[in-house]
Design a binder for this molecule. Structure first.
Ligand SMILES: [Zn+2]
Length: 267
């Protein structure tokens, strides 16, 4: 049996599973199967009925909206902090977004129906999934604002930080073409921003790999959304508002930095 001992459980590395108490986890673990997800693997396409739910461990998955003209824009990013397909908790749910693997790696997979049945008997598991679902909706909502309000260079920095937070490594295989698809922009714009970050020696980009060289500098160039995205990726540590007397990270960042609108050297 997989991940039975506390030591093995500690190796799972998924925020939702790690947030369950030992008893709940012991009851759930035998429903889980370890799967290797490949880069660019499609997990769901729009209209699919959700068959499986995934708890990422070493992979990063994204939800992508596809327009009528084929244009794409990423709406959500899910890594080891979350659950892919959490909407399966609503019986009969059909997928609205194309869901693909951005960075390959392991995940723990469970049949959607089996998880629904488990949650009918496990209030703690249901509560944990709903709490994560709330965090995911918050991310999707903020991404919509970010996509329409912030400059491409800021959005690129924020996106790279979000990937970095979930990848667990400074170097990840992402092409500029893929970045453009995820940000919903032309590749020429991404090329210009990547070149700008390379000139500042903040990142390096070689043969389809991006390496983060100076994370603090990348954070300084990101849009004001990033602190909130970072807090949401650590939702299991407690919501940011609880730590800051009711003022969330987004509000704090906006108040302290006043946004990046006046920076002139960035593309
Ligand atoms: Zn933003």
């Amino acid at each position: 049996m997989l991940y039975q001992s506390a030591a093995q459980r500690g190796l799972i590395g998924n925020g939702v599973l790690a947030s369950l108490d030992a008893g709940e986890y012991q009851r759930l673990f035998h429903l889980l199967r370890v799967v290797d997800l490949c880069a660019q693997q499609t997990l769901y396409t729009p209209g699919d009925r959700l068959q499986h739910v995934y708890f990422p461990v070493g992979c990063v998955v994204t939800g992508v909206a596809v327009m009528d003209d084929g244009a794409t824009v990423e709406t959500a990013m899910i890594g080891p902090e979350g659950v892919v397909g959490v909407s399966a908790m609503t019986d009969g749910y059909r997928v609205r977004y194309w869901t693909r693997v951005l960075l390959p790696g392991e995940a723990l997979r469970v049949e959607a129906e089996a998880l629904r049945e488990f949650c009918e008997e496990s209030q703690p598991c249901q509560t944990m999934l709903l709490r994560y679902y709330s965090t995911l909706i918050s991310q999707v909502s903020r991404r919509a604002v970010c996509n329409s309000r912030h400059r491409l260079s800021e959005r690129l920095c924020t996106w790279l930080l979000m990937v970095h937070d979930r990848a667990g490594t400074d170097d990840f295989p992402v092409t500029q073409e893929a970045v453009a698809r995820h940000l919903g922009v032309r590749r020429a714009g991404v090329n210009e921003c990547v070149g700008w970050l390379e000139d500042l020696k903040i990142i390096d980009h070689v043969r389809g790999h991006i390496r983060i060289l100076r994370r603090e500098a990348l954070e300084a160039e990101a849009c004001v959304c990033y602190p909130a995205f970072k807090a949401e990726a650590r939702w299991f540590d407690g919501m940011a508002a609880e730590k800051n007397g009711g003022q969330d990270e987004y509000q704090r960042a906006s108040a302290s930095r006043g946004g990046n609108e006046h920076r002139s050297s960035r593309p």
